[in-house]
Design a protein around this ligand. Structure first.
Ligand SMILES: Nc1ncnc2c1ncn2[C@@H]1O[C@H](COP(=O)(O)OP(=O)(O)OP(=O)(O)O)[C@@H](O)[C@H]1O
Ligand SMILES: O=P(O)(O)OC[C@H]1O[C@H](OP(=O)(O)OP(=O)(O)O)[C@H](O)[C@@H]1O
Length: 206
């Protein structure tokens, strides 16, 4: 029996494969998967899903482990064991607005894909705001007058800069993380432990 791993498609997947390679784990079947959504290697069975779905599959025990951005864990608060951080996928959640923004004399409108993080952040600040949910290209909202500011992921800052926006406040720093199904961690410890040890293995940096 092998561990079943739910892996976030896209950015996280790419960086995770590079991370496996560094640790000498053969991930050829993952690299050559084409449009297949599930692949078996010598070490594990992997399937590929969107970040939030990764947490759902792990919570329900369909996957033993998941590789997912911490932003997703923070936003959706899944009932999973949050095991350890991985040294990639570093980014931060921040409030951003147009340079030299003149704030209107009314409740602020904040656009975000991460409405729970946004709600919690302004609740803790004691500020009442209107939150507008978007699904992507959130930087457009202040430019087009839909919102006064955004709460979004900033990595290099290029997207903000190229759209005349700047960070006003940092909310939280994130990386990719390994999560586990609560019962798998107890019941399948002997299967999961060798895999988890390999993931945590230090490798000499060249
Ligand atoms: N610059 C970045 N932008 C977005 N996410 C980043 C960035 N850097 C690291 N991440 C991490 O990568 C994860 C996946 O992001 P990715 O862009 O692949 O998919 P997505 O934005 O969730 O949605 P979609 O699949 O619709 O593009 C995020 O949840 C986050 O943890
Ligand atoms: O600081 P940067 O390095 O520029 O990265 C940040 C950008 O990357 C993400 O968008 P993504 O590419 O995932 O597209 P999306 O807006 O459709 O979510 C994020 O939402 C920012 O727009």
């Amino acid at each position: 029996m092998k561990p079943v791993i739910a892996l976030t498609k896209g950015r996280v997947e790419k960086q995770f494969l590079a991370y496996l390679k560094e640790r000498g784990i053969d991930s050829t079947p993952l690299v050559e998967k084409g449009r297949k959504l599930s692949v078996e290697t010598d070490q594990a069975t992997y399937f590929f899903a969107k970040g939030v779905d990764v947490t759902t599959y792990v919570q329900h025990g369909i996957a033993d482990l998941g590789i997912v951005g911490e932003d997703i864990i923070s936003e959706f608060q899944p009932d999973v064991f949050n095991l350890f951080p991985l040294p990639f996928g570093a980014c931060k959640m921040a409030v951003a607005a147009e340079k030299n923004k003149v704030w209107p004399d009314r409740k602020k409108r904040i656009a975000s894909k991460y409405t729970n993080i946004t709600k919690q952040y302004y609740l803790e600040k004691g500020e009442s705001v209107d939150i507008i949910k978007l699904e992507g290209s959130v930087e457009l909202a202040p430019l087009l007058g839909l919102a006064d500011a955004i709460v979004d992921i900033v990595e290099t800052g290029t997207t903000l800069k190229e759209n005349g926006l700047e960070v006003i406040e940092d909310i939280q720093h994130f990386t990719a993380r390994v999560i586990a199904n609560r019962s798998s961690l107890k019941m399948k410890r002997n299967i999961l432990q060798p895999y988890l040890s390999t993931l945590q293995k230090e490798v000499a940096q060249s």
